[in-house]
Design a protein around this ligand. Structure first.
Ligand SMILES: Nc1nc2c(ncn2[C@@H]2O[C@H](COP(=O)(O)OP(=O)(O)O)[C@@H](O)[C@H]2O)c(=O)[nH]1
Ligand SMILES: [Mg+2]
Length: 331
């Protein structure tokens, strides 16, 4: 039987999907529970949700009563910038080197595996926006830091790093994909249209093939393209020699599926220095919400420069914005 779920339920569910800690999860799950209509048609959902709530409550309790104040298996890195992108891959692919090239972060770079055990964040500048990049420890057939599950759920996108200097490069990447899949984290070239399982998390992913400077890299790249071209967008770089990095930055922003929209105060020129970012297909309402949590409620009208028929045209709340639009909100 189909269950008609109110929009607030989906909001709470989105909150749950983004939650990192058991406490955050529990808050969101409880919200979902309150909103869920309790009738015959929703019985199945009720059972699933109840089970989940109980599991997560246990987790919360365990952490509280455990001997350690802080769980070593979880790290909290507050989100910053327009989006958060995690680096995943096998050991030695050059994830940490890439982070040092794109940000001011200084993770250890070394020719032996498992140098990175903790998540290392860095902020990347791209044009007038900042993206948060997080270098995660390597994933192999035998090993995957437990907290990787948390990070691959909370992130907005992923860079999957492949080592073109290694004959096993494509296969170690396959292993990474499989390990994450076992955690119900699916790396995808594009988000699926339907996403109806709240426990499965899709991560838009760019396959970054590193070490194109290495001997034999071009031949390996051909194999990589055969194996992965239909699964992910592919970008080739040399982190060491800083090749392909400008294009990479642009691709990383594109991977987030965002557009930049600029605010304007009535009677003043637009502020073209600090854009707001909203999802592609976002409306004037989405923009208002980004500017201020309360603005969407009180929005009376808006004027748009760019996507409107003429500059400064008054548009409806559901007017779809495009990259580089300028919007003046009237409250
Ligand atoms: N030839 C070459 N070596 C690289 C490149 N990027 C990283 N490396 C080397 O590969 C090794 C592993 O790099 P690292 O960033 O620590 O890998 P991680 O384990 O994925 O974080 C180091 O010795 C790096 O100097 C590259 O583009 N070309
Ligand atoms: Mg590393």
């Amino acid at each position: 039987m189909a269950v008609n779920l109110p929009p607030q339920y989906h909001d709470a569910e989105a909150e749950y999907k983004k939650a990192r800690t058991p406490e955050e999860k529990l808050v969101a799950l409880k919200k979902m529970w309150v909103i869920l209509p309790k009738h015959k048609a929703s019985e199945k959902v009720q059972v699933i949700l109840k089970t989940k709530i109980s599991e997560v409550s246990d987790e919360v309790e365990q952490i509280k009563s455990g001997p350690k104040k802080q769980s070593p298996n979880s790290y909290k890195i507050p989100k910053q910038g327009a989006g958060q992108i995690v680096f995943v891959g096998p050991p030695n692919a050059g994830k940490s080197r890439l982070l040092t090239r794109l940000t001011k972060a200084t993770p250890e770079v070394a020719p032996y595996p498992f140098t990175t055990r903790e998540p290392v964040p860095g902020m990347m500048d791209w044009e007038d926006v900042k993206l948060q990049l997080i270098d995660l420890p390597p994933i192999t057939a035998d090993f995957c830091e437990p907290y990787i599950g948390d990070f691959t759920r909370g992130a907005d996108a992923a860079v999957l790093m492949l080592d073109l200097g290694d004959d096993d490069g494509p296969f170690t990447v396959e292993t990474v994909i499989e390990r994450l899949k076992a955690l119900r984290r699916i790396l995808v070239g594009k988000r699926p249209e339907v996403d109806d399982d709240p426990t499965v998390f899709y991560l838009p992913t760019l396959l970054v093939c590193n070490k194109i400077d290495a001997e034999g890299a071009a031949d390996r790249l051909e194999i990589v393209r055969e194996m992965f071209a239909d699964k992910f967008p592919i970008h080739v770089i040399s982190a060491e020699k800083s090749e392909g990095l400008d294009e990479l930055k642009t691709l990383l922003f594109k991977l987030l599926g965002l557009i930049r929209v600029y605010g304007k105060m009535p009677g003043k020129p637009a502020d073209m220095t600090a854009p707001f970012t909203i999802p592609i297909g976002g409306t004037v309402m989405d923009f208002a919400e980004r500017v201020h949590a309360d603005f969407a409620e009180g929005l009376k009208s808006a004027k748009v420069w760019g996507s409107a028929a003429f500059d400064g045209q008054t548009v409806k709340r559901d007017h779809v914005l495009v990259e580089h639009d300028v919007v003046e909100l009237h409250l």
